[in-house]
Design a binder for this molecule. Structure first.
Ligand SMILES: C[S@@+](CC[C@H](N)C(=O)[O-])C[C@H]1O[C@@H](n2cnc3c(N)ncnc32)[C@H](O)[C@@H]1O
Length: 309
């Protein structure tokens, strides 16, 4: 593989094979802060099953494991929203080829099923069940040197959460916050006059409703400054609108059905199909890693803030 970015894309495509557009977005999300060292004590807020950070930090899984290995896909339909990944089955055991070089001191999430999955990676020394709508976080004062989150916008009121994150950090510590802006769902706005409301609903899959903390660059700057942080850098994570359009449609509408199909075939056949599938999407998506930047920072759909206490 030519470079680190391509190797990450391949690894994320293995993980997200039935949602290859998600694998591609993860590669961009990971690249945005690949230069930032995870100096301990470290914290990952809303870590979910830990699979993203595991790969970000250099971990690798066998072809027989992926994010669709244990889901509630059979319960999903477009008229009722179910988080298909919040589902721990005893025996869940990711096949790890390589562990990351570092571990993370704390991971938090509000879904126990996801934390149970994260525990099996042994990436996090402590896992804490917590709803970020409630502050203070059950974490010590002035403790962390590195804090990461790509999920703070899921709460109704981000300001108090960020003030509390500041409290938990050592002076000089760094926070990496990956956040959404209203431009992320621009594709849906553009399709609205063309498609039926039902079709837009299928593409939206409740994203508009469940991300209340989505804000513009100026608003994010204000939130982080009011919490006390110095803003060291702001990075444009997905440089080109083509990526956003692909991600906003992609295989999302039928993902639950693809998972059910994959679950219904014998493991050996599943792995053989998956290997070919991943190679095809790698060929298709690899050139997109080099797309030119079309977004200015103030119109960027997704931002990575590097913050200093
Ligand atoms: C898009 S996922 C990202 C998860 C993980 N960081 C990753 O990169 O794979 C969003 C995560 O935020 C969590 N989450 C949503 N609302 C939350 C809340 N109010 N409190 C804590 N976690 C929350 C979800 O359970 C989910 O794990």
């Amino acid at each position: 593989m030519e470079n680190q970015f391509e190797a990450k894309l391949y690894e994320f495509l293995k993980l997200f094979w039935l949602r290859p557009e998600n694998g591609m977005m993860c590669a961009f999300k990971s690249r945005a802060f690949e230069d930032i060292e995870f100096e301990g004590p470290s914290l990952d807020i809303s870590c979910a099953d830990g699979l993203f950070l595991f790969i970000h930090l250099g971990g690798s899984f066998g072809m027989d494991f992926d994010i669709f290995s244990a889901t509630k896909a059979s319960e999903f339909s477009h008229d009722k929203f179910v988080d298909i990944f919040d589902h721990y089955q005893p025996g869940y055991a990711p096949s790890i080829i390589q562990n990351p070089a570092v571990t993370i001191d704390y991971g938090t999430d509000w879904k126990q099923g996801l934390l149970d999955k994260a525990a099996s990676l042994k990436l996090y020394d402590n896992l804490v069940l917590h709803d970020n709508n409630k502050v203070p976080l059950p974490l010590p004062d002035e403790h962390f040197k590195t804090v990461y989150s790509n999920s703070i916008y899921w709460v109704k009121n981000v300001g108090p959460l960020m003030k509390d994150v500041y409290r938990t950090m050592q002076s000089g510590g760094r926070a990496i916050m990956e956040v959404k802006t209203p431009y992320l769902l621009e594709t849906l706005d553009q399709l609205e006059p063309v498609l039926s409301a039902e079709a837009v609903g299928i593409l939206n899959r409740q994203r508009r409703e469940t991300m209340p903390g989505t804000m513009t660059l100026d608003n994010w700057n204000e939130i982080f400054k009011s919490a006390g942080f110095e803003i060291e850098d702001v990075r444009n994570v997905y440089p080109n609108k083509l990526l956003i359009d692909i991600w906003n449609v992609g295989l999302r509408p039928v993902a639950h059905l693809l998972v059910r199909m994959a679950d219904a075939i014998p493991a050996e056949e599943r792995n053989a199909i998956k290997a070919e599938w991943v190679d095809i999407f790698f060929k298709l998506l690899r050139p997109l890693l080099n797309l030119k930047q079309t977004y200015t920072l103030d119109k960027a759909p997704y931002l990575c803030f590097i913050l200093r206490k």
